[in-house]
Design a protein around this ligand. Structure first.
Ligand code: HEC
Ligand code: HEC
Ligand code: HEC
Ligand code: HEC
Ligand code: HEC
Ligand code: HEC
Length: 304
């Protein structure tokens, strides 16, 4: 019994820490990595991205979507290493970007892509701080969407506010998804000519069809979940949805219920998985106890 409980505890601690995100483990890069990265950069990248990385290489003019300014720390610093390595080895389309960024996987290995990444980090203004680096978050089972829309790029790199696109969250039950017109507000120009994923937006618009996004977070019909009171009570979106700005594809992690049930069986009281009734109630209790809120605990508030 005790052995079981102890083993359960170990599993749970591991699970809890693996739950959403891990902060980056980026170690400061060595001079060997930087020298190797710098050599590879001159050979393979400078022709488009320019000697200094500003996106002004001799071939840059030929691209509708210009080679990125790799020195712009505001855009580059929030991108996890895995993203940059993936773009280098598998090309822009592997992260939804334009095919103007070619794949180098046939010429470079993973270690070389990491050296290049270390070198790019050293070019950033404002400077890249390894201790602030965060890892990419992938959620198993995230659905494939009709357009490869990346929150990592929009909300992470470009830091577009969540409510710019999910504008109903503060005033209604629903957070809402952006209309095709909202996308076109930026994409009439950005990427429209040479990124096939972005061209799809125009195709939906000209057919007069909404984009058929696949729903991810969902509570059953018999429950009532309103966004407005939560947003007004300053509960961050990420508390419930995870670090969306680090996700290439959004998925809902509701947690392993079997392990939860086992843990309850051996007398532990694990935190209930997101989107379950226990999860709603736990937070309501806790926030009423600690924050002077009136989050409801009566059945009728959530079931009517
Ligand atoms: C043939 C031209 C070309 C070459 C060669 C090239 N790139 Fe690019 N790269 C691009 C273009 C164009 C983009 C912009 C893609 C977009 O924004 O949709 C890009 C984007 C990127 C990005 C994404 C940055 C961001 O804005 O998110 C990284 C990282 C990158 N390149 C690194 C490299 C590295 C490292 C090399 C050398 C191994 C390299 N590129 C070689 C054209 C090139
Ligand atoms: C506030 C401006 C803005 C809005 C609104 C916006 N985007 Fe973007 N989007 C950008 C920028 C900036 C990029 C980066 C372009 C680049 O580097 O190539 C981008 C890149 C993309 C890309 C390529 C990278 C990726 O995410 O896979 C796709 C696809 C895309 N957007 C789809 C959409 C869709 C669909 C909508 C509407 C739901 C939308 N965007 C709304 C600014 C915007
Ligand atoms: C440029 C527009 C844009 C921005 C900015 C944006 N989103 Fe989204 N969001 C979308 C689109 C489009 C979808 C549907 C496709 C998908 O699931 O990736 C979506 C889906 C979602 C979903 C899943 C919806 C479902 O079906 O359950 C959540 C949760 C979400 N966004 C949260 C956020 C949060 C939190 C932020 C800020 C950190 C944010 N979004 C920023 C456009 C945006
Ligand atoms: C207290 C937890 C909680 C917070 C905080 C929260 N959400 Fe949600 N969100 C949910 C739940 C639960 C659902 C599923 C609702 C349903 O099925 O009716 C959801 C659904 C969504 C959806 C799917 C479409 C919709 O409108 O239902 C989007 C998009 C979304 N949330 C974005 C956001 C954004 C952006 C924020 C921050 C401004 C946010 N959420 C804050 C719990 C939360
Ligand atoms: C992370 C914390 C948190 C989670 C998780 C959470 N809530 Fe809440 N909820 C709150 C807070 C805080 C308030 C009260 C705000 C106030 O006092 O106005 C609230 C208020 C409500 C209200 C009252 C609305 C009103 O008009 O008074 C309902 C209904 C509700 N939540 C349903 C849910 C449901 C259903 C879930 C689970 C799917 C859920 N909540 C998950 C924090 C949370
Ligand atoms: C804060 C919101 C909230 C309150 C208060 C609440 N519930 Fe729920 N309840 C939920 C959510 C969300 C679900 C669906 C998720 C799940 O099955 O865990 C649910 C599911 C259920 C289910 C279905 C369980 C299943 O296994 O499918 C029943 C029955 C239920 N609730 C009864 C009650 C009763 C009785 C009360 C009052 C004592 C109550 N609920 C109070 C949010 C709430």
């Amino acid at each position: 019994m005790w052995a079981g409980a102890a083993a359960g505890l170990v599993v749970l601690v591991a699970l809890a820490s693996a739950f959403w995100s891990r902060t980056g483990t980026a170690a400061p890069s060595t001079s060997r990595e930087l020298a190797s990265g710098s050599r590879l950069y001159v050979t393979h990248c400078a022709v488009c991205h320019g000697e200094g990385g500003r996106g002004d290489g001799p071939s840059a003019a030929g691209f509708a979507t210009k080679p990125s300014d790799l020195t712009d720390g505001r855009l580059m610093n929030p991108l996890p290493d895995e993203f940059i390595v993936n773009v280098i080895l598998r090309g822009g389309p592997a992260e939804g970007l334009s095919p103007g960024m070619p794949p180098f996987g046939a010429y470079l290995g993973e270690a070389q892509a990491r050296d290049l990444t270390a070198y790019l980090r050293s070019l950033a203004h404002p400077p890249f701080r390894p201790e602030a680096a965060r890892a990419l978050v992938t959620v198993p089972g995230a659905p494939r969407q009709p357009i490869f829309f990346s929150h990592l790029i929009h909300a992470g790199s470009f830091q577009i506010d969540c409510q710019h696109c999910h504008a109903d969250a503060r005033r209604s039950k629903y957070a809402g998804l952006p209309s095709v017109e909202r996308c076109l507000g930026c994409h009439k120009i950005i990427g429209a000519q040479d990124n096939p994923e972005i061209a799809k937006i125009q195709q939906y618009a000209s057919r007069g069809e909404p984009i058929p996004w696949v729903r991810v977070f969902k509570v059953p019909e018999f429950t009532y979940f309103p966004h407005k009171p939560h947003v007004r009570a300053a509960v961050a979106c990420q508390t419930c949805h995870g670090p969306v700005e680090l996700m290439r594809e959004v998925g809902a992690r509701t947690g392993p219920r079997l392990l939860n049930d086992l843990a309850n069986l051996v007398g532990l009281r694990p935190a209930p998985p997101p989107l379950t009734m226990g999860w709603c109630i736990d937070c309501h209790r806790q926030s009423n106890a600690t924050r002077d809120t009136q989050a409801p605990l009566d059945c009728i508030a959530c079931h009517h």
